[in-house]
Design a protein around this ligand. Structure first.
Ligand code: HMG
Ligand code: MG
Length: 303
């Protein structure tokens, strides 16, 4: 049965997922400028950094400076990745008002991304969640490789993802973001995944985090929107990729998602023209192409 939402919350991940994998350093001032422009465009939920090992992800090493330099706006969620208590301590010092723990649906990706098993990732997440709760901060959970793994193949078991999702919710995550890390999913598989998960967890606690490597992200989003998913992670200019998923390209572009939702009469509160201008800003600043059909079409139309 179709249950399209009337409103979608966009979680803008460009400043984290989008920038974590850039070939060249990105100045702190550029990151701060990007985040402020995104918020000016109407983004209310932004992933502003990652408190992970700077040896593992050098591009996120200045997350403390970034978060401290942003001019904060009321009612905006500034979140950060926190894989362990060391990261959580830093996130609290940086003033994050939401954090995210992350696990993987496959053992190989868990090892490559976080140097630990899935079980160990849960063990690391538990005290992070406790610290967040003690500080009245919400915790999001991420699961990577929900529709395929760069090391274990394309058939991730939907029931396994459902069990992991349920466990993150039981541990205290308010929402679980489902990562198609390598963008290999297709719409019916994405819908089957939601069907398996919603046997255990309400759809209101799910978010879609789809990379667009195979050009399937919008189709997959349409599929999960039809199932009632109302939170979408996307990246301005389609920037990004995961350093531990070779060849994986960026998240679905925020501009493309906004254009599709606008056409479907689904509100987001975000100004598409300003998002396109922000895509042009960041792609010029870091000399990366705009991986958004909509942004490129708007720019071409304007000449
Ligand atoms: P480890 O090496 O197993 O950790 O790393 P450790 O506890 O043994 O510590 C080793 C060193 O790391 C020590 O430093 C620690 O201080 C340091 P040393 O003594 O060698 O100088 N360290 C830290 N430094 C800063 N912040 C921290 C921290 N923790 C330890 N929080 C760890 C384990 C998880 C930290 C490491 O594997 C890591 O940072 N991995 C990077 C993970 C990552 O950021 N991946 C990309 C983001 S996830 C993603 O993109 C997927 C997603 O978008 C969804 C999707 O698309 O699927 C979310
Ligand atoms: Mg990602």
């Amino acid at each position: 049965m179709s249950q399209f939402p009337t409103h979608v919350r966009i979680v803008e991940v460009g400043a984290r997922d989008g920038l974590q994998n850039q070939p060249n350093p990105v100045p702190t001032a550029t990151k701060v400028d990007l985040i402020e422009r995104l918020i000016d465009a109407g983004i209310t939920h932004i992933e502003a950094g990652a408190f992970v090992s700077p040896k593992w992800v050098p591009l996120m090493a200045d997350s403390m400076d970034v978060m401290q330099q942003i001019k904060r706006q009321p009612d905006v969620v500034y979140s950060a990745l926190t894989p362990n208590t060391q990261g959580m301590t830093a996130a609290l010092a940086a003033g994050a008002n939401e954090v995210a723990v992350f696990i993987a649906a496959t053992e190989s990706f868990s090892q490559k991304n976080t140097n630990c098993s899935i079980e160990e990732a849960f063990a690391r997440a538990a005290p992070v969640i406790a610290m967040a709760q003690a500080n009245q901060i919400r915790v999001r959970g991420y699961i990577s490789c929900v529709l395929g793994c760069p090391y274990e193949g394309l058939e991730t078991d939907a029931n396994k993802v459902a069990v992991l999702t349920d466990r993150l919710i039981q541990m205290g995550c308010f929402e679980v973001s489902l990562g198609d890390t390598i963008g290999t999913g297709t719409p019916h598989k994405a819908q089957a995944l939601i069907d398996a998960i919603t046997e255990r967890v309400p759809v209101t606690q799910l978010a879609a985090h789809f990379h667009n490597t195979y050009g399937q992200a919008l189709a997959n989003l349409y599929g999960v929107l039809e199932r009632g998913v109302a939170v979408i992670d996307s990246s301005v200019a389609g920037l990004g990729g995961c350093p531990y998923a070779k060849g994986a390209t960026g998240n679905v572009a925020t501009e493309d998602v906004l254009y599709m939702l606008q056409g479907m009469g689904i509100t987001t509160g975000i100004d598409l023209e300003k998002m396109v201008a922000t895509a042009a800003f960041i792609s010029a600043a870091i000399e990366a192409p705009i991986n958004s059909h909509t942004a490129n079409a708007f720019i071409r139309r304007r000449g």
